[in-house]
Design a protein around this ligand. Structure first.
Ligand code: HEC
Length: 137
């Protein structure tokens, strides 16, 4: 009986640890599927990187804007909000285990940040590409 209990506890522990490891993948997959349902092809990390480094023009005093403005070019670094000076946690999932773990949060910030940076919302394809790029960091 005791052995059975140990087997049970070990198994449930294994199952719960596996599901927490894949939580991040699940979020990214859910997002990718929704972009594909809006017509995007699979995400291309190289194109995502190009977008990340691209500069857009905006209203003064932030005439030049990019994703790097707040997150820096190296996603493993901490960022600094260009308007508020607030510290931002690194976006790289390898450094920040909370990054890309919540569908709602990613959607919220994609919407807000794309608008601020480029003047309009990102297309489903652009989001798929950027996500593929961030995921690798
Ligand atoms: C004006 C500053 C600013 C700019 C420019 C900016 N971001 Fe962000 N971004 C933020 C802030 C603030 C957060 C929220 C950070 C937090 O709560 O941990 C965030 C969060 C995110 C997240 C959510 C990550 C997560 O926790 O899952 C993504 C994805 C993201 N940004 C992508 C981008 C992309 C792509 C661009 C360029 C189009 C960009 N950001 C430009 C300020 C910015």
């Amino acid at each position: 009986m005791k052995n059975l209990l140990i087997v049970f506890i070990t198994t449930s522990f294994l199952i719960s640890s596996v599901s927490s490891v894949t939580a991040d993948e699940t979020t990214v997959n859910t997002l990718m599927k929704s972009y594909q349902s809006q017509g995007a092809k699979s995400g291309n990390a190289q194109r995502g990187e190009l977008f990340w480094n691209k500069t857009f023009s905006g209203k003064a005093p932030f005439n030049e804007r990019s994703c790097k403005s707040c997150h820096t070019a190296n996603l493993k670094n901490k960022g600094e909000h260009v308007r508020t000076g607030k510290n931002l946690k690194p976006l790289a999932p390898s450094i920040n285990s909370l990054s890309l773990t919540k569908v709602k949060k990613v959607n919220k910030w994609f919407k807000r940040n794309c608008k601020w940076t480029t003047g309009k919302e990102c297309s489903a394809q652009e989001k798929a590409d950027i996500l593929a790029f961030i995921k690798q960091q």
